[in-house]
Design a protein. Structure first.
Length: 135
């Protein structure tokens, strides 16, 4: 098994690469667990997969200058842009899969701590199918 250090993760929203403002990006997907335990389960819990969901959590290096990330995220607030996330900025392939879907931009923020780099974090739920592709 190959391991790697994340140094050049790729994140695009609505087809535009925003990686230069991304400190971290994590896509998590889940399937609900539906309890199917019955009297014939032999004392063991049984489960079936339910609805799938996900969320995209991004820590952004903030920039409030005209046309930069603060204005872009404000413009996306309340919309459902597409996303593409890859482990590296290299071309999509078997060693660099892309994950795509849509997210509902439910939040953004401004502010921070004195002496720190300006940053913001967004946690957006996925909307619809999330796919993984190697081509």
């Amino acid at each position: 098994m190959a391991v790697f250090m994340i140094t050049s993760e790729y994140l695009a929203l609505s087809g535009t690469d925003h990686s230069a403002h991304v400190k971290s990006a994590v896509l998590t997907v889940d399937a609900a667990q539906l309890d199917s335990t019955d009297m014939a389960s032999g004392g063991w819990t049984e489960a079936e997969p339910g609805m799938k969901s996900g969320q995209l959590v991004v820590t952004w290096q903030d920039d409030v200058t005209s046309g930069s990330i603060d204005g872009i995220l404000w413009g996306l607030f309340g919309t459902k842009p597409t996303f593409e996330l890859r482990p590296t900025s290299a071309s999509v392939g078997v060693n660099n899969p892309k994950y795509t879907g849509s997210v509902l931009c439910t939040n953004t923020s401004i502010g921070g701590t004195v002496g720190d780099l300006a940053a913001k974090s967004t946690t957006w739920p996925t909307s619809g199918t999330v796919t993984r592709a190697t081509s």
